[in-house]
Every structure is written in C-alpha cells, then in structure tokens.
Design a protein around this ligand. Sequence first.
Ligand code: PMP
Length: 404
Amino acid sequence: QWQSVPLAPPDSIFQLTAAYKEDTFNKKINLGVGAYRDDDNKPWILPVVKEATRILLNDETLDHEYLPITGLPEFTTAAAKLILGPSSPALAEGRVASVQTISGTGANHLGALFLSRFYQWTGEKKVWLSNPTWANHHAIFKNVGIEPVEYPYYDPKTIGLDFNGFVNALKTAPDRSVFLLHGCAHNPTGVDPTAEQWTTIAEIMLAKKHYAFLDCAYQGFASGDLDKDAWAVRFFVEKGVALLVCQSFAKNAGLYGERVGALHLVSATEEASARVKSQLSVLQRSEISNPPSHGARIVSLILNDPAMFEGWKRDIETMAGRIIEMRKELFRLLTEELHTPGNWDHIVNQIGMFSFTGINPSQSKALTREAHVYLTVNGRISMAGLNTHNVQYFAESLDKVVRQ
Ligand code: PMP
C-alpha cells in the first residue's frame, strides 16, 4: 500500500525553526518565525486575552456544545464590524454574509472553495496572486481547482512596489478576473500600495469588473491602529468593488493556535447575501461541521465589551509599537552607526511584521552560516524576532554580509 506516494519536502519555515533550535551559538537569532515575540524573545499572551480567558473560565452558563455551523453569531457580527467599519453601508443594508472559519487559512480556503463552485467563470478557473505572496495561497487555490497565476508586485530594484507592472496586469487580465490582494501589511514583502495607488487599483477593478479576494491577516498589527489598517478594505466596499474578505485573529489577538477567523462575503443585495450564506453553510458543514468555540468566545468578549476593546487596542499598540521601534533602530544602526552600503529606507517604509531586506539568496545563506541568523533565503526577516538585546548584533552581521 502507498508504494508510489512521493515524499513531500518539509515546510521551509518549520525547517528553519528546527535548525535554529539545534544551533548552540549564544547569539543566534530566528527571523523566520511569523509570530510576535516580546523584547525577551518570548511569545506574548495579550493581557486582554488573559482577562477574557478568566471570565470564560468562571462563566457557569458555558458548555461544550456545538456552535452553529456558521459560527458564534456574536463573534461573526462583531468581527464584520471590526473589518468593514461600524458604519459600513454593506452591513447596514444586510449585504454581508459572515462565517466563522479556521483562522485566516480557513477563511482563504472557504472563500476559494465558494468561488470555485459559484463564481461565474468565463474561462478557466484562475486567481491572480501577487509575485511574491504568502506561499500557502498557491496551495489553497490549487486544492479547490483554481489555477494560480502571478501579477508583478515587488520590484527588487527599488525594494518597493512595481506599481506599473501591477496596474498593467489589472488592465490586461480578462474582465471579471479574480485578484487576491493583501488588505494591509503584505506578506512577505511588507510593501503596501499608498492610498492613492489603492484608489487607482479600485478604479481599474471596477472598470474591468474584477473580483477582489482581500486577505487581511494583520489588521491593527501593521500600524497599531485597527481602523487605519482596514482603510483599503473599507474603501473597496464603499466604491462597490465586488469582493470578499478573509480575516484572522492569529496575529492581532495573539491567538495563533486557537484558529479564530472569519470570511465576509459582500453581495449586491440582501437577498443574494442570504443565498450566499446558505451555500457557505452547506460547504462548511462538509468541511468542519462546526467551528471551534473557545477562541471565538474570547474574541467575542473583547469585541463586544467597550472596556475590553480599549484594552485590546492598547495591547495592539504595544505589539505594533515594538515592531516599529525595531524598524527605526535597525535603520539607525545601518545608516548612522555602521554606514552600511546601500539605501535602507525600505526598512522604515515597509509595514507589518515582515520586511524584505533586499539582500540576495547567497547573502541570506551567509547570514545563517556565518552569523547564526536564521531567515528565509529570499531575504525576508520577521521584525518580531528582533529586540533591544539582539538588534545590534543583527545590524553588524547584516553589514558584514553586505560588504562581502
Ligand atoms: N494570510 C496571510 C497573508 C498570512 O500571512 C497568514 C499568516 N501567516 C494567513 C493568511 C493566515 O494565518 P492563520 O491561518 O494563522 O490565521
């Protein structure tokens, strides 16, 4: 049995973490990890999450019964308001179908599955993904029979956005194409369009009747401000671009392992939305039957209690603020202290947890081999892996490989 099953390669990020763990060098740094770490390189349980967990533990009315197929209603309603805005016209008009999912990955999967079944495809089923994108996007769409194709996004020459290439792809793709866009804090590059560029993108998408598959895994985590990070999503809804939104509470609530997320699909009418929701429910039933309750209850408490919501905003500011400080400090060390060759503006211009340093694969490998700094070979670093104790060592190591 199974003699012909080929051995799959290990996941590169998990491989990186394993190599880091085995390394005995005392100054080793792991910059591969996509999870927040505090200034002592420790995972951080948000104080507001601790408080919510305590409340749940003492709530005698709770049990372990199944949630509804589409999730905890208090959670999905509040989550939709959080991303779409409290005064969203789409919400007021009852045009949003929201379903609780297995974090952002599950939202991407359910959204992709729904499109695969119900989108009015004109030709082959294709999705346009940014080059590069979160590697899982490719696998998620392939799993449901949608072929990923790439649009230009990152320009290695400027270590910024290839806006002309992006716009050209939007204009030349067949009408009604599906484009996956990162709502904020693009993974892996940390490069986001400006408000002006988003406006142009929205205009072209409207004119071409393209569909926006918005993946938003970092709301609040990018700038420290939940509303600011939702700007592009809300703008697209307001403009009337056809879209869905994938939402994750892994990063902004530090609930990685609890798998709390939601899919929000905006329809043209309330009536269409009800039909969409009925079909999402049927799909969800065959995939997971019922979503998990614990994490959704935590987030629901936080979103629905004004005092806890304020506490959460403070916790988000703590995380985003620390990351922004690390960007500034790394930039200062490279430019003012070490006078490292090259332009490093992108370190402070990029946003979110990840940064594309602009170093090439051989320099990335040299960093790992010679300095015990673990990062993906594309030169992406997780800012969350830097702290006041190791940023100097990292800057010096980066300086060395750049000069080699
Ligand atoms: N989309 C993007 C772009 C991501 O970076 C991530 C997290 N790495 C996710 C979705 C989903 O993560 P999760 O399933 O943990 O919410």
